[in-house]
Ligand binder design. Structure first.
Ligand code: ZN
Length: 115
């Protein structure tokens, strides 16, 4: 039988990163805006009840995964279907970069940055 100390060693302690309300709304709006179908239907069951989960997730990746990764963890935003439970993963780094790029374009509207 494992002691509590042994269990703690076996299970990495990861602090949940909660999305604040503003960021949660921003990610939801971003995914809705990018969705080809305005109802953003679940690819498994067709339900429109897909929600951005209020926590940031990470998956472990190899160190040479490039721009989608931060070190050995790839940070993700996650949506889940309330009807069937299907989960979709979105790159936090890509979404953050796209939103920053869009904000820069909006701020520089009327000027040519040449990108
Ligand atoms: Zn579904």
């Amino acid at each position: 039988m494992m002691s509590d100390e042994e269990k703690n060693e076996a299970t990495p302690t990861v602090k949940p990163k909660e999305l604040n309300k503003e960021l949660h709304h921003q990610i939801t709006a971003f995914i809705n805006r990018k969705a080809a179908d305005p109802n953003d239907k679940c690819v498994v069951c067709g339900s429109p009840l897909n929600h951005v989960l209020p926590t940031e997730y990470s998956v472990v990746v190899q160190p040479d995964e490039g721009a989608v990764a931060s070190g050995l963890l790839m940070p993700l935003y996650v949506t889940a279907c309330r009807n069937c439970g299907f989960v979709r993963l979105f790159s936090k780094n890509y979404i953050t970069a796209i939103l920053a790029d869009e904000a820069e374009k909006t701020a520089g509207e009327g000027t040519d940055h040449g990108d």
